[in-house]
Design a binder for this molecule. Structure first.
Ligand SMILES: NC(=O)c1ccc[n+]([C@@H]2O[C@H](COP(=O)([O-])OP(=O)(O)OC[C@H]3O[C@@H](n4cnc5c(N)ncnc54)[C@H](OP(=O)(O)O)[C@@H]3O)[C@@H](O)[C@H]2O)c1
Length: 419
């Protein structure tokens, strides 16, 4: 028996909510809240006759702490699932602390306004000290560790696929396969085709900010930063085939470097087709990825927000996306004094996801782990006070839940390594 407040009702949240409704013995009561309440109402209505979970809806602007506090106090949830945008992470964490409720999300904090001078000063100091220049990093949310610990509350950060399952794979490898891990390569392959010349698979603004940032990896105790898309490899993915992939900065590298300190190198690669890269470069070159407002015919517009309005809604890609995703981690390290390598990954089919939850596989592979992470917190399988990343919890019950709810693992003990 539990009451859960889900904030956000976009592509990822819709999957998480549909999956929660498949486990109504745990998710007995659910409130879907977002800025656009009509979207929440439409989803609630479509689930009405299909689940025993009692669903209500609410309107909330989660940029406003007071509004979130008021909603939490009136609904009295056991857990708040933040599946809105990274911009709302801190306001929702503040509201959870004020109301004494557990918190979780799927992406680490990044500010909407990267021109804010107060934020910028802290950001520039962090760039110099840490050595990577992405706008998002964990320092903001890790700063809440003592507050959550002292309040006896849990905040679970980044519980999607990557970040999320990839870290559970690391914890699983450490627990069952290795005494020490030497290298981790996280490989995110989307072999799906939606038929558009250019579209993003999740929120376009957050996605384009992420992939257009300089790449970076962790090596020998520090960050190595490289120009965006300047390291390319080819890999032959199970069930997908040969793909080009590019080294990106990604948030789980930061927490894995901290939590698996013996690791010598951690890299993250994502596959991109040439059409995506050409469009992105062109949009970047003409200033369409900029987050700085410009004046256009008397109106202030933010170029990347205007671009978002032009691009297909990721939630609409479900019916037209065909093909598979393959996301996982390749490890090298030592077991019982011997060198070994190990690959753990999931393959997910876009059309199978659409048949089940009316969504493409990117939202599915994020929404299912969010629901399984919520299940770990609600059933007490993950139970400690403080702010934690996924690899800090026991991976076994989480991977069992993923297996049961649609994201089974595959393994290889003789993988092709990435050069
Ligand atoms: N870990 C992973 O593997 C992974 C992978 C993909 C995505 N993600 C993360 O998943 C999250 C959701 O992505 P998505 O593709 O589902 O995005 P999306 O389709 O754009 O949905 C975002 C939702 O948040 C709501 N929202 C935005 N600002 C809000 C505010 N101030 N107050 C209340 N609600 C607000 C939006 O409501 P409106 O309709 O009113 O705008 C919308 O319902 C993002 O944080 C993304 O970074 C994680």
């Amino acid at each position: 028996m539990s009451r859960v407040l889900v904030i956000g009702c976009g592509g990822v949240a819709a999957v998480a909510i549909r999956k929660c409704c498949q486990a109504s013995e745990i998710f007995t009561d659910l409130c879907i809240a977002s800025r656009t309440v009509s979207k929440c109402e439409a989803l609630a209505k479509s689930l009405e006759s299909k689940t025993k979970t009692k669903i209500t809806t609410a309107k909330v602007n989660a940029d406003n702490v007071e509004e979130v506090i008021e909603l939490i106090n009136s609904y009295k949830p056991d857990l708040v699932m933040n599946i809105a945008l990274p911009y709302q992470d801190l306001t929702i964490m503040d509201a959870c602390l004020a109301c004494g409720v557990n918190y979780m999300d799927t992406a680490n904090y990044e500010p909407e306004d990267t021109d804010n001078p107060e934020w910028r000063a802290i950001y520039e100091k962090r760039c110099k000290e840490s050595g990577f220049s992405a706008y998002f990093d964990y320092s903001w949310q890790w700063a809440y560790r003592d507050k959550f610990k002292n309040a006896g509350l849990t905040a679970l950060l980044g519980c999607g696929f990557d970040p999320g399952v990839t870290q559970a794979y690391c914890a699983y490898a450490k627990k069952h396969e290795f005494d020490t891990i030497d290298t981790i390569d996280i490989l995110d392959c989307n072999g799906g085709d939606h038929g558009y010349p250019f579209a993003t698979n999740f929120n376009p603004e957050v996605n384009l900010r992420e992939v257009s940032a300089p790449g970076s990896y962790w090596e020998n105790g520090h960050w190595v930063e490289i120009p965006a898309m300047s390291i390319k490899r080819e890999y032959n993915f199970d069930s997908v085939g040969q793909k080009d992939m590019y080294l990106l900065h990604h948030e789980e590298i930061e927490s894995l470097a901290l939590n698996i300190p013996e690791v010598r190198r951690i890299r993250f690669f994502m596959t991109f087709g040439q059409s995506y890269l050409t469009h992105m470069k062109c949009l970047e070159d003409v200033g369409m990825l900029s987050t700085t407002p410009i004046n256009f015919e008397g109106h202030e517009i933010v170029p990347i927000k205007f671009l978002k309005a032009l691009l297909p809604d990721p939630a609409s890609l479900g019916p037209r996306t065909h093909g598979k995703t393959n996301i996982g981690c390749i490890f090298t390290g030592k077991k019982d004094g011997k060198d070994k390598s190990y690959y753990i990954y999931n393959v997910c089919d876009h059309q199978e996801c659409y048949k089940e939850v009316e969504s493409q596989a990117i939202s599915y592979t994020t929404g299912v782990p969010a629901m399984c992470g919520a299940m770990m917190l609600l059933t007490g399988k993950w139970n400690k006070a403080g702010v934690f990343n996924v690899e800090e919890f026991d991976p076994d019950p989480f991977l069992d839940a993923l297996e049961k709810y649609g994201l089974p693992k595959k393994e290889s003990r003789d993988p092709v390594l990435v050069e």
